[in-house]
Design a binder for this molecule. Sequence first.
Ligand SMILES: [Zn+2]
Length: 184
Amino acid sequence: MKFPFTYEIIYSRRKTAAIQISRDGKVTVRAPYGCPRSFIDSFLHSREDWILRHLEEIRLHPPKERPALSGEKRRLYVETARSVFTQKAAYYARIMGVTYGRISIREQKTRWGSCSSAGNLNFNWRLIFAPESVLDYVVVHELAHRKEMNHSRAFYDIVESVLPDYRTSRRWLRDHGSSLWDRC
Ligand SMILES: [Zn+2]
């Protein structure tokens, strides 16, 4: 099927298909391994209006050259992240009845958060640009590792008991997480 825009298909171990449009107008279809081409075509077809609207929007308002992230600005973001994650960790740890050690704020391309076996928590400062429910999910996820050091059913039961709608946030990270690097 022919579309009035170019696009790239990236297959990965995911369960659903999604369309991403980067700030500079690159269309990417993310699809599960083995997803038939006919499905991708009809998926693109069903979203064609939305894609064209988006591309038109980008054409009319092209993204501004992004100024380099200054040291000062970066320090501010990291400090903001430190204060947000410190508060959220304290809040959820009390609800979940868990303890934790140090909180570190980092920037790791591939990780949003982590929890060491000693209970030290790491969070990615770029999450401050994500919806707040996503921050809550990452915090609860890492704190749940204080009870289950794995991603078992029991682990996600703990997460769900605190955040019944956690799947929405998890999906947001999967579909839009990379856009947090476009922000600055
Ligand atoms: Zn985990």
